[in-house]
Design a protein around this ligand. Sequence first.
Ligand code: ATP
Ligand code: MG
Length: 330
Amino acid sequence: MPKEISFDSGKDSRRPVRVGAIGELLVEFVAAQKDTRHLRPADYRGPFPSGAPGIFIDQAARAGAEAIFAGAVGADAFGAVIRERLSSAGVDDRLIRTAEGIPTGSAFVAYNSDGSRDFVFNIAHSAAARLPEAEECVAVLEAFGVDVFHISGSALADPAMRTTALAVCRALAERGAAISLDPNIRKELLGESGYLDALWELMELAAYVLPSDADAEVLFPGETFAAYADRLLSAGKHAVVLKRGEEGCIGVARGGEMVSIPAHRVRMVDPTGAGDCFCATFVTHFAGGRSLSDALAYANAAGALAVGKIGPMEGNSSLGEIQALLEAST
Ligand code: ATP
Ligand code: MG
C-alpha cells in the first residue's frame, strides 16, 4: 500500500518534480530488414542508447523533471554512448557506475511482419546488471529528494538486479516516495521463481500502476479496466493507467472519473520505447500537479512521437514538441 507523499513538493511551483529510476542501461541495435529473427545477416542500425528504465529517465528529464538514475555501464564506447545521452538530457549520474572488466549491456531487436519483435539481450553477464549497492542508492536518492521512483518489470529479469531494485523501492516507499510501476512483463520469465513475486510486491508498494494491454492480460485476466482499477484505487493507489498502443490509453485517479484518450494517428516506424516514454511523461506531469486528463494527454502525445523514429529513445520529446503535437491535433 503506497503511503501518502509526505511532502507536497511535486505540486510546489518553486521546483520541478524529482523523478528517479533504476535498472538496466543498454545499447540497442535495430535490424533494418524484417523477419530475419537474427538468424541471417542483416543491416543493423545502432548503437542507440536504450534499456526500458534508461528510456524512461531520459524522457522524464526532457518532459521537465529533475531526474536521477541508478545503473551501470562498462568502460567502453557503448557506455560512453549511454552516458553522453543521459547527461545531454540533464540526468544526474551520481548513481551510474562504471563496471570494470565487463562490457556495457546490449540488445538486438528484429521486427516481424506480424508486428512481433525478437530480442537478443546481453544483460546478466554485462555491466547492465551490476547496479550500485541498495544502501548507496537509497542514501543518494533520499539526498536528491526523489518524489517519484520508477521501476520497469524489465529490471526484475536478473535475480541480482531484482534484489537490489526491490530493496531500493521498499526503502523509498517507506520514506514516502511514490513508486511508479510499469509491469513490462516478459512472458518467458513467468515460470521463474521470484519474478512474479517481485512484481506483486511492487504492485503492493506502487502509487502509480501503469500496465500495457499485454501486461493487464497476465495480471488481471478476464477483468475489465474499470474493475481492477477500482480495486487498486481502493487499496490506496494514486492512479492506474492502461497503455493501449495504437488504441491510446485509459486512466483513473483516486476520487476521479475514468479518462479515455484515442491515440494520435501517426506513422509508426519503431514501437520500442513508446511505453517507457509514455510512463515518464505521465508521472512527471501527474506528480507535478497536472490533472489526470492533462497528464494523460501529454503522455499519449509523447507515446505517439516515440513510435515515429527508429531507435528506442530517439523519439523521446521535449515539452515543446509534446505541446506542438497537442496543438496541431485540436
Ligand atoms: P513497449 O512496447 O515500449 O513496452 P507498451 O506496450 O508498454 O510499450 P504501448 O501501449 O505500446 O506501451 O505504447 C504506449 C503509448 O504510446 C500508448 O498508450 C499510446 O499513447 C502511444 N502509442 C503507442 N503506439 C502508438 C501508435 N502506433 N500510434 C500512436 N500512439 C501510439
Ligand atoms: Mg507496445
